[in-house]
Design a binder for this molecule. Sequence first.
Ligand SMILES: Nc1ncnc2c1ncn2[C@@H]1O[C@H](COP(=O)(O)OP(=O)(O)OP(=O)(O)O)[C@@H](O)[C@H]1O
Ligand SMILES: [Mg+2]
Length: 438
Amino acid sequence: MTKALTITASSVDPGLLGLPWSTPLAEWSNDHIVFLPKGISRHLVRFANLSGRVVAIKETTTEMARREYDMLGNLARLDAPCVERVAVIAGRKDSSGAPLPAALVTAHLKFSLPYRALFTQVLRPDTATRLVDALAVLLVRLHNVGFFWGDVSLSNTLFRRDAGAFAAYLVDAETGELHESGLTAGQRAHDLEIARTNIAGEIMDLEAGGRLEGGIDAVAIADGIMSSYHLLWAALTDKESFGVDESWRITERVQKLNDLGFDIGEMSIQATVDGTHVSIQPKVVDAGHHQRRLLRLTGLDVEENQARRLLNDLDEFRARISRLGADEEMVAHEWLTRVFEPVVQAIPFDLRAKLEPAEVFHQVLEHRWYMSQARGRSVPLAEVLTSYIDGVLRHRRDEATVMGPVTETMSLPVITTSGTPVDFDADDDDDVDWRDLV
Ligand SMILES: Nc1ncnc2c1ncn2[C@@H]1O[C@H](COP(=O)(O)OP(=O)(O)OP(=O)(O)O)[C@@H](O)[C@H]1O
Ligand SMILES: [Mg+2]
């Protein structure tokens, strides 16, 4: 008996059956394919429209697809930042009955971009540093849950804007191994070495293609992941010893971890035999300190730095209205309805796919700061919004997902932030490079 098509999926989307699985992915028509920027890869990966959302489809072996599907499930369970798995399609055959590769389907990560699409012309040193820093945070988070990646690189990572920084997500889990009892120092060092080598290679490729700002040292950028990683890992895991009369150092340690965006799930505290000294060591740390607080207070689910930014504004708002006795939840609700939502709702519909609401809000706050600096006085929010929408947001390209029908000949939008009242975003990273489209 010939084996039939098998679909493995955690939630069944009937639309999956409507995709042309008996056609090699390379030959799928534009009715199904969506053109979006994509990283470099060995396997064929294309984006398709599935029931109104965009999915990434990777052709590979059944074994690899299933392995990666399982791994992405484990990572999601451990709350690690990665793309969301959708399905594995195996047993594909073409019209003449010849076997076709299996397919791994993952959800396209909304508002995410591959690193090559984050800048227009050349990669600038500050953007490079922010990318590498975001990758270091991702690697620490993955190692913290016992995941050895095995193929750390900029190409295997997706980036989302996060209030002036980037948040990194794992996109390729094919080579990963999960050791839930924790990684050894050797395994972590090995992964980090892979990261350094791959990043150096990727930056050198940009250099060879004339896409690296002159004078940047590719190796120095790649080395940056070592120091960022080690600093963060030490802050999360180092043992500290002090005299019993210095117990405030426990609070300080917790505060420091919170500032870095982590919560302590479990801390080990040990006293010396003579009782004069104690040592503390975080045992379980969870990322997302500010995210969780904002979510609890407002229901907004955003990136860590965006959450930090929004919470700062919320705290300022609380100080401003300084209503004695008003509890935190009530003030948060008032801030949400009186400050945050009006800004988001002021964005015209046709501009809403450009940036995520939380990122827009962050940029409006930045814009207000620069406008106030330039004028030497505070500027009303309505005026800031108009200036931001017309001077900045309108000139950006969309970063949500570009749904079809779009052709490969899509032209490059003309971007200019000069001529805006305030050139608040001097970065040259706000334009997609359509050369990376498939
Ligand atoms: N769910 C997704 N959302 C957005 N982009 C995606 C997604 N899945 C894949 N991509 C894009 O496709 C590219 C290739 O995917 P992936 O790295 O899994 O392929 P690969 O062939 O296994 O890579 P490698 O050559 O490293 O083995 C990624 O760099 C990313 O840009
Ligand atoms: Mg890859």
